[in-house]
Design a protein around this ligand. Structure first.
Ligand SMILES: C[S@@+](CC[C@H](N)C(=O)[O-])C[C@H]1O[C@@H](n2cnc3c(N)ncnc32)[C@H](O)[C@@H]1O
Length: 467
């Protein structure tokens, strides 16, 4: 029997790990699979089902009528559209107007799978896997299945991972397509309402996000945040919109890092882990936490004193700004070399891909693959540009020690205003040290030594703030 879904894991087109101490960065693009069917637009205004649509779909719609899910009042019907099959308005529909209501007994979700014969093997599985297994088992039942008419309209195979993958709740799959014109995701609502002649139930309510004229297709927004790579993976198509071009950088605190435990503790206290993923989108600034995380991972040498537990509550704030020239230079070098390495892993350049697209003749899958890889390469170049620019500004940046000196009033006003490198303008005597114990760590040349001295001092004398 042909399988209902072809489930494939994402295939990384390249995974990069730079060797040695810089092994904290992996570039991790995903190459995906897709499906595209093309039909000619044929909007039908009558409430009769379009005779061009497949028999299986007509039977399915009739079944929904028989079950009372749709009726002559339903303002939509199946139609053939450029995206394949879709729902077409049979009359003008207002924005946010209800177009369909599906009673709970027609939802296929984790609960439905759990309540079925295969329920015992579904416990602990991801919702979409339970749903996929449920559909396979119903398909296997053939004519005996309560879901027969629905199963019949599902594609025999698809290159996409699984329809609606990742959703906690799935429902009877209606044919509504995605459009970038829809910028909200609030088309689906769960309400209580009449679900038969004498019964009330939960209803899955679908509202049209756009106002439509009779004959126009109902569109929804599948997921405003997904990258094109994820769209291809989850739905089998991409948008031409470059806002969806993205690249995921995977950063990692190496277990071989001598400060692994401290770094992990700091990362965890700030909502991250040993590995962190940063989705970088074309034309958008780097994710806010990426630079602090990068600086943390690269922290070492004479900056390592910041990993001491006394700084634990303030370290993340420090990491939001450059720590030292050496640290900033390291992150620039590592990121840039990772970008170059990832870019060299593609067999084609952006220009060659653009040419391929222009020439046409690409199979639908190749067209999507080319679209995604152009986007990934553009984002990689963008990241490289950002860090190249940063590298050229290393001498102009203000680092942790200078900030501390300024905070403590130890930098001349004029130098601060001119943005020149600061130097001590006040004598650092015992009183300064006593009043500003943390200044010890930032202004003395050997922080670990100074930490030791401070500890000894602290243990042997009266605490400074009581003087
Ligand atoms: C829930 S189904 C919708 C029905 C589908 N059009 C069909 O013919 O079976 C979702 C699938 O429709 C197709 N689709 C939806 N929106 C699309 C779009 N904007 N561009 C290309 N394909 C789209 C994709 O194949 C997607 O996986």
């Amino acid at each position: 029997m042909a399988s209902l879904f072809a489930v494939q894991p994402p295939t990384p087109s390249s995974i990069l790990k730079t060797p040695g101490r810089n092994d904290f960065l992996k570039t991790n693009p995903t190459l995906h699979h897709f499906k595209k069917r093309s039909f000619s637009l044929n909007s039908v205004l009558s409430t009769q089902t379009d005779p061009n649509i497949p028999q299986t779909v007509q039977r399915f719609w009739q079944w929904l009528k028989d079950e009372g899910v749709v009726s002559s009042k339903t303002p939509v019907k199946p139609g053939i559209v450029p995206e394949g099959l879709g729902l077409v308005a049979t009359r003008n529909i207002g924005r946010n107007e209800v177009v369909l209501e599906v009673p709970k007994r027609f939802w296929i979700n984790q609960d439905a799978a759990a309540a079925s014969e295969i329920g015992s093997i579904c416990s602990g599985l991801k919702p979409f896997i339970s749903v996929a297994l449920f559909l396979l088992s119903e398909k296997f039942k053939g004519e005996e299945s309560k879901w027969k008419y629905y199963i019949d309209v599902l594609p025999e195979s698809t290159s996409s991972t699984i329809y609606c993958a990742g959703q906690k709740r799935s429902f009877l799959r209606f044919r509504i397509n995605h459009s970038a014109k829809v910028t909200t995701e609030d088309h689906a609502h769960e309400v209580r309402g009449p679900a038969g002649l004498f019964s009330w139930d939960y209803l899955f309510q679908l509202r049209s996000p756009l106002s439509l004229k009779a004959g126009e297709q109902v569109f929804i927004q599948y997921d405003i945040k997904k990258s094109n790579a994820d769209m291809a993976l989850d739905y089998g198509f991409i948008e031409s919109n470059s806002d969806r071009d993205a690249f995921t950088l995977t950063l990692e605190i190496s277990e071989s890092d001598e400060f692994f435990a401290d770094k992990l503790d700091i990362a965890e206290s700030n909502g991250f882990g040993e590995t962190a993923y940063f989705d970088i989108k074309y034309g958008q600034p780097l994710p806010t936490a990426m630079l602090p995380y990068l600086r943390l991972v690269a922290l070492g040498g004479s900056d390592a004193f910041l990993l001491e537990s006394i700084f634990r509550n303030s370290i993340w704030g420090f990491l939001e700004l450059p720590i030292s020239r050496a640290n900033e230079e390291l992150i620039c070098k590592v990121v840039r070399s990772a970008c170059k390495s990832a870019l060299s892993g593609y067999h084609t350049t952006i220009e060659e891909d653009e040419k391929l697209k222009e020439e046409g003749n690409l199979s639908p899958r190749l067209e999507i693959a080319v679209g995604i890889r152009i986007g990934e390469k553009k984002v990689l170049q963008q990241i490289d540009d950002i860090f190249r620019e940063r590298e050229s500004e290393l001498d102009l940046l203000e680092y942790y020690q200078e900030r501390r000196l300024k905070d403590l009033g130890l930098v001349g006003e004029q130098e601060a205003i001119n943005g020149r490198r600061p130097h001590l303008t006040r004598r650092v005597d015992k009183v300064d040290i006593l009043l500003f114990p943390q200044s010890l760590f930032s202004i003395l040349p050997n922080p670990s030594l100074c930490l030791l001295q401070w500890r000894r001092f602290f243990q042997s004398t009266t605490p400074p703030n009581t003087i």
